[in-house]
Design a protein around this ligand. Structure first.
Ligand SMILES: *Cc1c(COP(=O)(O)O)cnc(C)c1O
Length: 382
């Protein structure tokens, strides 16, 4: 049905009408005083979201631009880094690092399992010559629906003393607690089409003082993503290049909505939706893909046995106009993912679960009685 699509994927996520309307304004000059006040305001709001007094810079680009900026601004040719991989996005960091000729040591976990903080501890402690310059962790691994223990890994990095910690918080920021200053994270990358309740197009890089110190030494090539330019322009509430002016309007509107709801309430909402999705799926005999206790607050990955996840996904889309995410790479057909990130309420989650149940029932693939998933999910939402 036209205009009825419900996005239950981990980005792009649904956008509130107030934010859409803000986007529809006529653009204004990006060097105007009016735009400078938008930059000033959104910068303050972004610091609130990151729970930091550090700089948070806005780049026109997708989340990967923020990831790349994090690497090329803090590291130099041949630098040794540690990179956690337990899914597609962890692997993307390795690809970016390799593209710049960094010496990458991978800390791996199986897809569906969390990274083990002890693995990082061991390697960092053994590095007596302090050769490791950065440790990179994907907080919420969107491809597998796993949340990694960023806080614990960060503590091991702090003890090392030399390495900075770069975190991909693209699907954790605005979904669960990411206190940048308290946890001592040096670089945080995020993107607008995830927890921000916005369309794609803006990405964000938060940089600690240690990260800026590393920036001064860094010799990797950079121009558009040279964060020094963004920092300097930022002191005048401006941008080095023409930013996506209308997305800034949307950013101000969405962060307004988030500030009204409050961080604590936002995190609780995501946590409830995670639990509801998990309980709903388990009740209809669909196993979760993520290890127990490590489900992401943004996305629930489900690994149905004896059912082609792509068939289920297509039917749910066809019949209910609900878009679920599929499995990536080797998980295609084996896993589907329910996004519950950003502008999502109880109705959205209950409807998605009911749609999955109804679809399985009509395909003759539902184990047990229809309604068990909904029952378990609504109990979790009480
Ligand atoms: C979406 C996402 C990104 C960024 O992807 P883009 O398509 O470049 O916006 C990075 N990391 C994670 C974990 C993500 O979910």
């Amino acid at each position: 049905m036209q205009d009825k699509l419900s996005l239950m994927i981990p980005g792009p996520t649904p956008v509130p009408e107030t934010v859409l309307r803000a986007l529809g304004r006529h653009p204004i000059g990006h060097r105007s005083g009016e735009f400078q006040s938008v930059v000033k305001r959104t910068t303050e709001q972004l610091k609130w979201l990151h729970q930091t007094t550090n700089d948070v810079l806005t780049i026109t680009g997708s989340g990967t631009a923020a990831m790349e900026a994090g690497i090329i601004n803090t590291l130099s040719r041949g630098d040794k880094i540690l990179c956690g991989t337990n899914g597609k996005f962890g692997e993307r960091w390795v690809k970016v690092a390799n593209a710049y000729g960094l010496d990458v040591q991978i800390v791996n976990a199986e897809w569906g399992q969390p990274l083990n903080p002890e693995d990082f501890k061991e390697i960092l402690e053994a590095d007596e010559n302090k050769e490791i310059k950065a440790t990179i962790v994907t907080h919420s691994e969107t491809s597998t629906g796993v949340i990694n223990d960023l806080k614990a890994i960060s503590q091991h990095v702090q003890k090392h003393g030399e390495s900075i910690i770069i975190a991909d918080c693209v699907t954790s920021l605005g979904a669960c607690n990411v206190p940048m200053d308290e946890w001592g994270i040096d670089v945080i990358a995020s993107g607008s089409q995830k927890g921000y309740m916005m369309p794609p197009g803006l990405s964000f890089v938060a940089m600690s003082e240690r990260a800026w110190a590393a920036q001064k030494q860094s010799n990797l090539p950079k121009f558009y993503l040279d964060l020094n330019q963004y920092r300097n322009a930022g002191t005048k509430n401006s941008n080095p290049f023409t930013p996506a002016v209308n997305l800034y309007f949307a950013l101000e509107a969405s962060l307004d909505i988030m500030q009204t709801e409050g961080l604590k309430t936002i995190f609780e909402r995501h946590n409830r939706h995670k639990t509801a999705a998990q309980e709903g799926m388990k009740a209809i005999g669909l196993p979760l893909f993520s290890a127990k206790g490590y489900g992401s607050p943004a996305i629930t990955a489900v690994a149905p046995e004896h059912i082609d996840a792509e068939v289920l996904r297509k039917e749910v889309k066809q019949r209910f106009d609900i878009l679920l995410a599929g499995g990536q790479d080797h998980l295609k057909g084996k896993v589907f993912r329910i996004g519950h990130l950003g502008f999502v309420n109880d109705r959205d989650v209950l409807t998605a679960i009911a749609a999955i149940e109804s679809t399985l029932s009509s395909l003759g693939l539902l184990n047990g009685k229809i309604g068990e998933g909904l029952k378990a999910a609504s109990a979790a939402l009480k």
